[in-house]
Design a protein around this ligand. Structure first.
Ligand SMILES: Cc1cc2nc3c(=O)[nH]c(=O)nc-3n(C[C@H](O)[C@H](O)[C@H](O)COP(=O)(O)OP(=O)(O)OC[C@H]3O[C@@H](n4cnc5c(N)ncnc54)[C@H](O)[C@@H]3O)c2cc1C
Length: 403
């Protein structure tokens, strides 16, 4: 599996990659990050997203490492990009119906694919990289083979999918989630909605041949092949925002089991100050990614990340049960161990949270990381409002409050 050769799902690989990237996180990143030089040459960006997605490496660790070597202003661009991830998670957390609406829109579009043969052929051609638009076809192959796409390629791809090929946006988001090693309900849903003019109402992103030519170093130039305009796509408007989650506190006196899931494969913080588990299980939430099978490397990356989390902390986890994939299986396992509470890291909106929400026989304690608890409530509107809070969030991170 080519993707896993490039993204071995271990914390050690993630930390090594971070250490190698840190010297490039300042001016080099700021100047060159928008260039997509092709698979095997994405050296101007970190390619750390699969590790942040599973928290094999945490955002805090990356920000600390970068700030040890660069000033806040020198690394400003990289820090902002890191906080796009945090912003997206907080934004969706306060508007969870955007995820359920996405699933509904995807299912509707899938019904259409099955009943309209023209649409089916166009969707298949796009997924197979057989549209005749060379750059788009290249990115479809790169995604399927490597489990990764550069950010600029994701923007161009999504724009061509929606505005040139005129395919339903939710099927494009689904194609990404099934193949990206970093496939993330928040970043992906917001990314597609942003390009399509749903996140920032009426503001769409139009891929232009000249921009693609410049930022692919002239590898591609789809002149006269792309749509010249981009009217916002149909989709659920942004809903009213709910209160941000607060997280629960475990009762140290209660018999506890620990549930690990794909959104947090660094459980050390819960083990340090929480009750010792009598047993641990891992959750396999990959069945909730799509109505179609996800790519084998996506499942292998998530399984590997969870196995690595177990390997890091194996001496304090008790007996480990792997790959429970439903609320009823988790409840039965917890009862088997006489558990009075299931402690887990707060699962952000997505497939793991969908399964955990169904557990009703044993109390579930969702522990919210202080980093998320501090940052998420600021995702009240657009990123630029959130961005004003970054100095304060960085201050808290370093133990220094900055006004
Ligand atoms: C249509 C679309 C779909 C996307 N789907 C996903 C997804 O499923 N999962 C995902 O992690 N990111 C997604 N992104 C955001 C972004 O493209 C990737 O995070 C980034 O390309 C990952 O590569 P990197 O680690 O080399 O990034 P770097 O440039 O090195 O950035 C460092 C980190 O900052 C975060 N980051 C950077 N840009 C963004 C962004 N625009 N939004 C959110 N976080 C960001 C990521 O965690 C990334 O690892 C999507 C963007 C678009 C436009």
């Amino acid at each position: 599996m080519q993707a896993l050769e490039h993204f071995p799902p271990t914390r050690e690989t993630g930390l090594d990659r971070l250490a190698q990237f840190v010297p490039r996180a300042g001016k080099d990143y700021q100047t060159n990050r928008n260039f997509d030089l092709g698979s095997g040459a994405h050296d101007h960006v970190s390619q750390l997203s699969p590790y942040f997605r599973t928290r094999l490496v945490t955002e805090e660790e990356a920000l600390r490492a970068v700030l040890e070597e660069h000033s806040r202003s020198a690394a400003g661009k990289f820090i902002d990009e890191m906080f796009w991830r945090t912003y997206s998670k907080g934004w969706l957390e306060m508007r969870p119906t955007v995820w359920s609406a996405y699933k509904g829109e995807r299912d509707q579009a899938w019904d259409d694919v099955q009943t309209q043969s023209g649409l089916r052929q166009e969707w298949e051609a796009a997924c197979r990289g057989e549209t005749g638009i060379e750059c788009f076809d290249h990115w479809a192959h790169e995604l399927v083979e490597t489990g990764y796409l550069h950010n600029h390629a994701r923007m161009w791809f999504a724009s061509i999918w929606m505005f040139t090929l005129r395919l339903p946006w939710a099927l494009g988001a689904d194609f990404f989630l099934r193949h990206l090693c970093d496939g993330d309900p928040a970043s992906n849903t917001l990314g597609w909605r942003w390009v399509g003019g749903l996140h920032t109402p009426d503001k769409t992103y139009l891929a232009r041949a000249s921009n693609i030519r410049k930022y692919t170093n002239e590898r591609f130039h789809p002149k006269y092949q792309l749509a010249g305009e981009a009217a916002p796509v149909d989709g659920t408007p942004n809903p009213e925002r709910m209160a941000p989650p607060e997280g629960d506190t475990p009762d140290r006196e209660r018999r506890t089991v620990l549930l690990l899931h794909e959104d947090d494969c660094a459980p050390g913080w819960m083990l340090e100050d929480g009750p010792a588990p009598v047993a641990t299980a891992t959750l396999d939430a990959t069945g909730g990614i799509s109505h179609l099978e996800p790519a084998p490397h996506v499942k292998a990356f998530r399984d590997g990340a969870l196995a690595d989390a177990v390997a890091q902390h194996g001496d304090v986890l008790g007996p480990v049960t792997y790959a429970l994939d439903s609320a009823s299986a988790i409840a039965a396992w917890a009862r088997e161990h006489g558990a009075e509470q299931i402690v887990t890291s707060y699962p952000p909106v997505g497939p793991a949270a969908d399964i955990i929400a169904g557990i009703d026989e044993v109390p579930v304690i969702r522990r919210l990381r202080p980093f998320d608890a501090r940052a998420w409530p600021y995702a009240t509107a657009g990123f630029f409002k959130f961005k004003d809070k970054i100095p304060k969030l960085l201050g808290a991170l370093k133990g220094v409050e900055v006004a």
